[in-house]
Design a protein around this ligand. Structure first.
Ligand SMILES: C[S@@+](CC[C@H](N)C(=O)[O-])C[C@H]1O[C@@H](n2cnc3c(N)ncnc32)[C@H](O)[C@@H]1O
Length: 285
């Protein structure tokens, strides 16, 4: 696979996530049902308290920034950054609808932060850091903008084996097209999946590692149909791969994915296991 330049990666990411922004709004309730626990976990792990200044990297349609805004209260403030204006438009509407005015969203690349040294009590991030062209650089930026004693709490996807939620469609796709593993260091869903991947970079950047844990949860769907439609609508990294299939192969891939997913049925619902890596680190005083 040809290496993309950092600029090309950023452009691709911006285009991919902007394209799926309307779908993220459409599926917001389901996404929140499946992932809201993670917002609270990140806010807790970052020890966020009233009155603090918090930075959320890759806020997308607003999480975990919105939950952090509630935690810091009127005396605190939260800044959410994302590459995609389209994603942030949805985040802004949501925050406004919830009556949160201590929260600002801005278009920016998380690898180049314009904020000054020591500006934030905490940096949080949900499912963004593995998509950056230069994660060590971004982590060095996080360390720079944190106040002494400030916390980083980030969620990334853990290994594919523990994530049938993402593994199944990739396994099925591999039966139809060549799906090369991204070269080491190139962005991808599982780029920071292993213990030490992200926490090692945090230590390199001078942060003190407090945790590097895999946590398990289920992602619930009322049917295999809902899972499939949701996947196709929202999964920006997978869309271009499905687009490579002929109509016939796509139909067959859909059938195989739904059949595999159906094996996770628990009564009325499908409960697909997810495994998430949570990395927590602190800037020394
Ligand atoms: C999977 S979404 C997660 C959104 C949100 N944090 C959530 O969990 O619902 C990944 C987000 O990361 C953003 N992103 C990717 N690369 C980025 C970068 N270099 N700087 C800022 N945001 C980036 C994308 O635009 C997208 O909104």
């Amino acid at each position: 696979m040809a290496q993309m330049s950092p600029e090309e990666i950023i452009d691709q990411q911006r285009q991919d996530w902007s394209r799926v922004a309307p779908a993220w709004e459409k599926w917001d309730a389901l996404l929140h049902q499946n992932l809201s626990f993670l917002n609270h976990r990140l806010v807790g792990d970052a020890r966020i308290r009233p009155g603090q200044r918090v930075l959320d990297l890759g806020s997308g349609t607003g999480y975990p920034a919105i939950v952090a805004a509630d935690a810091v209260g009127n005396q605190g403030e939260v800044l959410g950054l994302d590459l995609s204006e389209e994603m942030l438009d949805r985040a802004k509407r949501k925050a406004y609808g919830l009556g949160l005015f201590n929260l600002d969203f801005r278009v920016a690349d998380a690898t180049h932060l314009s904020e000054g040294d020591g500006s934030f009590d905490a940096v949080i991030s949900r499912f963004c850091l593995m998509f950056l062209p230069d994660v060590p650089k971004a982590v060095a930026e996080i360390a720079r903008v944190l106040k002494p004693g400030g916390y980083l709490a980030a969620a990334v996807w853990s290994v594919p084996d523990q994530n049938p939620f993402i593994r199944i469609p990739m396994e099925v796709l591999r039966r139809f097209i060549d799906l090369p593993t991204p070269p080491p260091g190139q962005p991808g869903i599982f780029r920071l999946a292993k213990p030490g991947d992200l926490s090692g970079m945090a230590e390199q950047a001078g942060l003190q590692k407090l945790g590097d844990d895999e946590i398990q949860a289920d992602s619930f769907y009322d049917s295999a149909d809902t899972y499939w439609t949701n996947l196709l609508d929202m999964a920006a990294p997978l869309q271009p791969l499905f687009a490579k299939l002929s109509a016939k192969d796509r139909g067959e891939a859909e059938r195989q994915i739904k059949e595999a997913v159906e094996q996770f049925r628990k009564g009325e619902e499908i409960a697909l296991p997810m495994a998430i890596r949570i990395v927590v680190a602190r800037k020394p005083f």
